[in-house]
Design a protein around this ligand. Structure first.
Ligand SMILES: [Zn+2]
Length: 539
């Protein structure tokens, strides 16, 4: 095999130096497409000596190439060349991206033939409770909290069952297998980075099990050190060391910044002012980002008002650029303005917020402030952690609301049944917007944009390869459109994290999924039995 086989080079050069250089690349195995102008082509075609009206000079410099004639003065010609240039190579060395573009010189590199594929940065999930993987789909109809309605959605519910019944009985080994299995599942889906919001820290052993699982998954992660679910409310889990174990955890596991997993401090505000004061103070002393769920119930709005005013916790805690706020449903305008002013980040879980009564995902509020969200899957007890679902639901929800606002400018009678949007209407989200939310925004919100979030030379190689030749996608007419509108996990062919291939041609590497699934099932059986909840497949 020749060293450059598999590379395609678009050659727009003429006369001598560049055609000679690209000829060498062609001789080394690259496919070189030479673009020539109409009416004579490359000037050297007329150079002497001629052999049967062909220039020997031209053929020496352009041998082994393909040639096409394109009129670059025409719109169609420019479109054609732009289309050819959109096919590019990504050169990776070790864990870093060295270059992106057509015509890359790969030397002796291994080549992944991605023709017919879409190569893009991996997805980034900024809020996911992976410890709940053993409880997947248990709460498919459930609300956050029992609302007293007696409806199937009011019982079972998230707060009473997941947080106060199941979570307190978890052992460290339950934490480990749920974290690992949930993480691998998202890796298979092309989600190369997660912020794991683990509220399962009943003891230091539980914390260490969660962290070990994040490392063992082999993807990029922020370990969110949150509370011990149930401890504050039920008085269970007396061995828990939240939040005072944070310095031990940071020095034991996160002394290096050159590793796949880093730490975020959980700073929930509904655990009482004293705990908020303590967790935010410790987090800031350690230089960590501080994340918290901010949502309509649990009396959070007045608490958040105080934090926005700088008088939270025991009176002196305020929000800052180190905050990552999750949901942000139901908050006051002044508090929102403060979030914007201090440069805090907002993660939205569109499907979950719509299903579990958090409130309408605040995308229009963010747009009105000139802010953008990252996306979060939240809980698989109620909804998939698949990222194609995230992007589609985000776009659908926003467009449903804005489209209706525009329609209601008219009265549904001709001639005002299809109004032109007035200037005050929010812009409709498009597929590029939600792709950015799902990748680069996630990286920024986890302070990882120096390492991941885009295919940029110098960043680490978190890359996914999506099959655009598949039956649910072909023919390819719009690259971002195909990813957001058509694709699902079956199209995720290859997943690379920091230069290491974790999924190859549709199969996760280095895992025995049957073995892990049996472990997860036996953990699930233990959790249900210990919690005193009957397993009911059709409940
Ligand atoms: Zn959450």
């Amino acid at each position: 095999m020749k060293p450059l086989e598999g590379l395609t080079i678009l050659d727009l050069s003429r006369v001598l130096a560049c055609p000679f250089a690209s000829m060498i690349l062609a001789e080394l195995g690259a496919r070189v497409i030479k673009v020539e102008q109409p009416r004579g082509g490359d000037e050297t075609r007329s150079f002497e000596p001629q052999l049967a009206r062909d220039s020997a000079y031209y053929f020496v410099c352009n041998r082994s190439k393909e040639s096409i004639t394109v009129n670059l003065r025409s719109h169609e010609g420019r479109l054609l060349v732009r289309g050819l240039a959109q096919k590019a190579d990504v050169l990776v060395e070790g864990k870093k991206i060295l270059a992106v573009g057509p015509n890359l010189h790969a030397g002796g590199a291994d080549v992944i033939d991605a023709r017919g594929r879409i190569v893009m940065p991996g997805f980034i999930d900024t809020h996911h409770h992976q410890f709940e993987t053993a409880l997947r789909s248990f709460l498919a109809n459930g609300l956050l909290i029992n609302d007293g309605s007696g409806s199937p959605s009011a019982n079972p519910t998230y707060f009473e069952y997941i947080l106060l019944t199941f979570a307190p009985v978890y052992r460290p080994e339950d934490v480990y297998i749920s974290e690992l299995f949930g993480g691998l599942s998202q890796l298979d889906d092309g989600v190369t980075t997660v912020h794991d919001v683990s509220q399962i820290h009943h003891s230091p052993e539980h914390s260490d099990a969660a962290i070990k699982a994040l490392f063992d998954t082999g993807r990029r992660a922020a370990f969110g050190f949150f509370e011990s679910a149930g401890a504050n409310i039920l008085g269970t889990n007396p061995g828990n060391k939240y939040p005072t174990d944070a310095p031990r955890i940071k020095s034991q596991w996160f002394s290096s910044s050159d590793q796949l997993v880093h730490m975020i401090m959980g700073g929930e505000v509904y655990l009482g002012d004293a705990t908020t004061d303590q967790s935010w103070t410790i987090g800031r002393q350690l230089g960590l980002q501080i994340a918290a769920h901010i949502l309509s119930p649990f009396g959070i709005r007045p608490i958040f008002d105080k934090l926005a005013a700088g008088t939270g916790g025991n009176g002196r805690i305020g929000i800052g650029p180190d905050n990552l706020f999750i949901h942000m449903t139901g908050m006051a305008d002044a508090a929102w303005q403060k979030v914007k002013d201090v440069g805090a980040q907002v993660s939205i879980a569109f499907p979950i917020e719509m299903n579990m009564r958090h409130g309408i995902p605040p995308i229009l509020k963010l747009q009105s402030l000139g802010m953008e969200p990252s996306l979060s899957t939240d809980v698989e007890v109620t909804m998939t952690a698949d990222f194609f679902t995230q992007m589609r639901v985000c776009m659908n929800m926003q467009r449903m609301v804005v489209n209706q606002m525009v329609l209601e400018q008219g009265d549904f009678y001709p001639p005002s049944q299809w109004p032109t949007p007035t200037a005050d209407k929010p812009q409709l989200l498009n597929v590029r917007d939600v792709l950015r939310f799902a990748t680069l925004n996630g990286a920024k919100h986890l302070r990882l944009d120096g390492k991941t979030g885009s295919l940029t030379p110098g960043k680490e190689a978190d890359i996914i390869i999506l099959d655009a030749t598949a039956i649910n996608v072909a023919p390819l007419n719009n690259v971002p459109g195909a990813v957001v509108s058509l694709m699902d996990r079956t199209n995720v062919e290859t997943v690379i994290v920091a230069g290491r291939v974790r999924k190859w041609k549709g199969k996760l590497l280095d895992v025995d999924l049957n073995h892990l699934r049996r472990q997860l099932e036996s953990s699930r059986d233990f959790i249900f039995a210990k919690a005193g909840v009957l397993q009911n497949l059709y409940g």
